[in-house]
Design a protein around this ligand. Structure first.
Ligand SMILES: Cc1cc2nc3c(=O)[nH]c(=O)nc-3n(C[C@H](O)[C@H](O)[C@H](O)COP(=O)(O)O)c2cc1C
Length: 444
């Protein structure tokens, strides 16, 4: 069996909303409704029916304006803006569901460790142990500038900061020792102060005295997730992650990635089986293989259109950390002539996109390449289910992080088409056996 989870790439932001922007016909009234909780509840109840472990909520805090030096494209097309804070949504979703976990993103440059430790512990209580923490270092200067920095920290420095940040959060969440809570109304004793201890942390980036001013939640330390695949990103994940977003293009790459990560986890004295590596994929599912093939063809044509190219260049400008304006580069420039030395964002993403395409032009590459692979997952639910099984056999585990446009038709396709097809093959859970997100992650 393998695990399934969902990457909500728009976070608590505007979802596909305009056929004119290539979003297809199933966008409902997302343009007006995205800020209502309903679609997230529909998503969570559907995915719970499908036995998913968690929904990962992306989050960023900025209006991006590096592409063409203007916020025009971001705001005209609703790209990463507007976006609400996902935290208040978490208990709303978990009140409407019983099992599925919710992992909202937290940035180490936005939250001091104390605030984050307190917030996630509070959410752990409110969700009865179904929250997790996606730790990011933020990608662009524009985010950093909203939080008091002149520009973003350099890549490796911010991962050093994330290491310390995560360590302090965990120390705070462990500052109430076992047995600290007495909760005896007859004796009038709530807690034993000898078991609630300061952490007295003074480090390179943070100081925090502690202890935390709330009691441990059902999971004590909600599961940690991260996505970085650079050396520094892998090191952070190896030390702290319980589940990792794994970004590869092929099953062979996935196998090598997982083997590498499991070695790194073991080097920290941890059991590699305790970390679930979920591989990001964007499947295309339709009633028949022929319909899925037609959809893929339409998507490829849109990608090569002016609007498709604008989107991809915009996205790469963001991904570079806002340091490279891909709108300012002649699209007929050869990849080998583009200077990437200034990028400071999602380090490996653009390098991977360009790798092996040095003799092509920028236009050719953005018109045909994909940041997130489908690993051949396209077709009817049965076809996709069969292929998912083959891919997992080749990689060796632990599951997929499904990334599809947030529309209700996609939710139904996964919950009522794909999941039953996977269950018929014995590939995914038929019921939840754990009470918490951590227990469900560790169930197999
Ligand atoms: C699927 C996925 C989701 C991500 N979600 C977020 C996010 O919500 N917010 C954010 O600031 N960065 C996000 N990132 C960026 C990562 O945290 C990280 O900065 C990026 O993967 C680059 O890591 P690297 O430099 O180690 O390769 C995400 C990356 C991936 C692949």
């Amino acid at each position: 069996m393998f695990h399934l989870s969902w990457f909500l790439g728009d976070g608590f932001g505007i979802h596909p909303w305009s056929a004119a922007n290539g979003d297809g016909p199933w966008v409902g009234n997302n343009v007006n409704d995205w800020m209502e909780p309903d679609i997230y509840i529909d998503l969570a109840t559907s995915l719970e029916r499908a036995g998913f472990d968690y929904i990962l909520f992306e989050d960023t805090s900025m209006v991006e304006d590096s592409y063409n030096g203007s916020a025009d494209t971001s705001l005209r097309r609703g790209l990463m803006a507007p976006k609400n804070d996902p935290m208040p949504l978490v208990p709303i979703i978990t009140r409407a569901t019983k099992h599925i976990g919710i992992i909202p993103t937290v940035s180490t440059i936005q939250y001091p460790p104390y605030l984050a430790a307190r917030l996630y512990t509070t959410l752990d209580h409110l969700t009865k142990g179904r929250v997790g923490m996606n730790v990011v270092t933020s990608v662009t200067d524009r985010v950093a500038q909203n939080f008091g920095y002149e520009r973003h920290l350099d890549h490796d420095e911010r991962y050093r900061m994330a290491m310390e940040w995560t360590d302090v959060v965990l120390q705070l969440q462990n500052s109430w020792k076992d047995g600290a809570i007495v909760a005896d109304p007859e004796a009038g004793v709530y807690a034993d102060h000898t078991k609630v201890l300061p952490i007295d942390h003074k480090g390179e980036f943070f100081s925090s005295r502690g202890p935390l001013n709330t009691i441990p939640g059902p999971q004590r330390t909600p599961p940690i997730c991260s996505a970085g695949s650079s050396e520094a990103g892998r090191d952070l994940a190896a030390k702290y992650d319980d589940t990792m977003i794994s970004l590869v293009k092929t099953p062979a790459e996935g196998k090598a990635y997982r083997e590498d990560m499991r070695k790194r986890v073991a080097a920290y004295g941890r059991n590699p089986d305790d970390v679930k590596f979920l591989f990001l994929v964007s499947p295309t599912i339709a009633a028949t293989d022929a319909e899925a093939a037609a959809q893929l063809e339409a998507a490829a044509a849109w990608k090569a259109s002016d609007k498709g190219i604008e989107y991809n260049l915009w996205n790469m400008s963001y991904t570079s950390g806002g340091r490279i304006d891909f709108g300012g580069i002649d699209p007929d420039t050869l990849i080998r002539d583009i200077d990437l030395s200034k990028q400071n964002g999602e380090h490996t993403s653009i390098l991977n996109l360009f790798k092996g395409h040095e003799d092509k032009t920028l236009r050719e590459v953005v018109a045909s390449s994909h940041q997130v692979s489908d690993m051949g997952l396209h077709g009817s639910p049965d076809t996709v289910a069969e292929r998912m099984g083959e891919i997992m056999d080749e990689i060796g585990g632990d599951g997929f992080l499904v990334y599809m446009p947030t529309t209700r038709i996609n939710m139904a396709m996964v919950a009522d088409g794909l999941a039953p097809a996977l269950r018929r093959r014995g590939l995914i859970r038929t019921e939840y056996t754990g009470a918490t997100l951590r227990e469900n992650l560790l169930a197999f």
